[in-house]
Write a protein that binds this ligand. Sequence first.
Ligand code: ADP
Ligand code: MG
Length: 365
Amino acid sequence: MRLTRVVLRDFRNWNSLQWQPPPGPLWLVGENGQGKSNLLEAIALPAQLRSIRGATDREMIRFGASQAEIFLAFEEKGEHHEVGLRLQPGGRQMHKDGRPQHKASALVGFLRVVPFQPEDIALVAGPPALRRRWLDVLLSELSQPYLQQRSAYEHALRQRNALLRQGSYKTLAGWDEALSDAGAAVTIARLSVVVQLTGLLQQLYQMLSGEKSQILVRYRSSWLSPSTVPPPFLEARGELQEGLRQTAALERQREVTLVGPQRDDVALLVDGHEGRRHASRGQQRLLALCLRLAEAKLLAERYQDPPILLLDDLYSELDEVRQRRVSAFIQRFEQALMTTTQHAVAEKGTVFFVKSGTLHSLGDG
Ligand SMILES: Nc1ncnc2c1ncn2[C@@H]1O[C@H](COP(=O)(O)OP(=O)(O)O)[C@@H](O)[C@H]1O
Ligand SMILES: [Mg+2]
């Protein structure tokens, strides 16, 4: 898919933008603090419905303005679509192909983007919660049932934790079934994506780094037997129930559910060593980029259509050889928006200049 029109009003430092981006690789060139990352954040918002920089809606509304608007038109397999989002103090308003939507889930998977930003190094080097969230966002885009299973799980978990805090142990067991049903489904879905990721990451990492390193992705769980293939549902559910039984005394003491997918991790191993602790910064950064490109490949396969890449400060920490390899790979996507502060962009693509929340093409004078 590709964007054909981007309209912003009062989003961050973008007072008013009307832009018709061409297909192919697009370079957004500008000094620091001009609005490049803000523009990518705006485009990702109607797709993922949360800020890729973790900002609140209030933070994204332009200083002094009362509301922000994002309107995006895009083409998918020759069909024209539109999505609109208004951020205002009373909440969000969403439109999909001109019709108002009240549920965020209606927009999931509609416009598909894959963002990458320098902070994504935390996907490799940071705590498990970030990898879980990444996996959850990806799975929600890959499968509608996942979204439902996950909210069912979250609901059961919240209820259960509340009962543990109140010491209402009698009603606690009533939630164990819902928790282990949804928990098993969520975990199996995660494991099946992890299996696909291993092969993809290995391929991407070797191609972009030119190294022969072996990359493995392992799902780490305290309650599920280690396995490289997703277990059958009844088995996973049984193990989660067993885990609940084993931690019953301890969870009453700690007043929180101690087993389940909310505590699991996805380990990335580089030549057998935990990437989080042992990989160099350069390896971690490239691995983070590979995670995003693997995400893009999975989405492309699932929808038979490539997502739009939003790559922020892509080249800031890559050497020239790797820049060229990444650039060659990106040509396969219908559209990729990339930001850089380097004025002399040697790579292929259309160049736009970003200055104080305005966009100019070379011909604008
Ligand atoms: N809500 C907002 N209203 C107006 N300006 C904002 C808002 N949030 C951030 N900015 C401004 O956006 C600029 C940073 O833009 P950013 O897209 O991060 O720059 P870069 O081009 O380096 O990626 C800063 O000057 C900041 O003051
Ligand atoms: Mg930036």
